[in-house]
Design a protein around this ligand. Structure first.
Ligand code: API
Length: 328
């Protein structure tokens, strides 16, 4: 490979900042620039030399960027940006509204395919690394059940969705898993529970001046895909409390496959994450995926892709030979 992989960031919130940090840990990559809708003066890059541009400049910088990482939210940014930018760049994004992934894939795929780009959608840890483990568990133990537990932790997707509700000035959402269900599954039990029954959604919301709390609460608890099917608790707090008590973006969880290989023989596979920063870990996944996208583009694998389409070795900075000698 000639030179470093030139990565650019579109959107500079928590995730965009995480991508900046992650690139510093990957010596085969360089940060070509940060693109934002906010005025450049409001963006402070981690490295002072990193160029900051308006989103509208992206189009004219196409020859300076190998992979563009889209760091916008799934609710409103990505449905528009994903297809639009996949027509101009190789992209990686973390679209995470699980129920709408097929529809999003169908929108991005022709844009990427027609322009001969590679667009990896829905990467991160869930969807992403957890998705890999769900597929692996079922493939290895076909006779069994798969459980995904999230939390305790702060979901970026749900927090972003809360902030888009009219009347909300700021908000975070904590996902609380049913601890007894986790223990039961770990012991090989197979409770008949849906994800909605295994999690509580606890929201902490700061109202805009003059907003009606009951109207906001109703808009939250009835929001499809995010809250409507869950038990959801909405707490109203002050901006000071939000800033003081809800800064640590911890998250994590488990994917557990409980399977049977012969009568009476149970096998339990567990993959677990304990994250000190949800956005920084998600960003680390996106950056490794950007390496794979760059290589897949070189192999002329155009169109929309998901984490299931990446040969695992392409995520690693190591060569195939090195992986065989050291890791197999
Ligand atoms: C939850 C999970 C979080 C997945 C991680 C990521 C995010 O309910 O807490 O939005 O933080 N679905 N997609």
């Amino acid at each position: 490979m000639n030179g470093k992989i030139r990565i650019a960031i579109a959107g500079h919130g928590n995730l965009g900042r995480g991508v900046e940090a992650a690139i510093e840990h990957n010596p085969d990559m360089s940060l070509a620039g940060i693109y934002s809708r906010r005025p450049a003066g409001q963006i402070t890059p981690r490295q002072t030399e990193t160029p900051v541009h308006g989103m509208e400049q992206l189009r004219s910088h196409a020859d300076q960027i190998d992979v563009l990482i889209l760091c916008g939210g799934s609710k409103e940014d990505l449905p528009q940006q994903g297809p639009e930018l996949a027509a101009l760049f190789n992209t990686v994004d973390s679209f995470d509204t699980h129920a709408r992934i097929p529809e999003y894939f169908a929108a991005v795929d022709p844009a990427a395919r027609d322009s001969q780009h590679t667009a990896l959608i829905s990467a991160g840890w869930d969807p992403g690394v957890f998705s890999l483990n769900r597929a692996l568990g079922e493939a290895l133990l076909p006779d069994g059940a798969t459980y995904t537990f999230w939390g305790d932790g702060l979901s970026q997707g749900h927090s972003d969705a809360l902030r888009r509700v009219p009347g909300v000035a700021g908000a975070v959402q904590y996902t609380r898993p049913a601890k007894d269900a986790i223990n039961q599954v770990r012991k090989g039990g197979r409770p008949d529970l849906t994800p909605q029954q295994m999690h509580l959604r606890e929201c902490f919301v700061v109202l805009e001046d003059g907003a009606d709390a009951e109207t906001v609460r109703e808009a939250i608890v009835t929001m499809p895909h995010y809250f409507a099917d869950y038990e959801t608790v909405v707490n109203f707090i002050s901006a000071e409390e939000l800033a003081r008590d809800h800064r640590a973006m911890v998250h994590g969880g488990f994917v557990i496959r409980s399977g049977t290989t012969s009568p009476g023989t149970t096998q339990v596979m567990e993959y677990s994450l304990k994250l000190g920063s949800n956005p920084e870990f998600t960003a680390s996944v996106l950056v490794a995926c950007a390496r794979a996208v760059h290589r897949m583009h070189g192999l002329r694998q155009f169109g929309a892709k998901t984490i299931y389409d990446i040969p695992l070795g392409l995520l690693s900075p190591r060569s195939a030979e090195d992986l065989r000698a050291g890791f197999l």
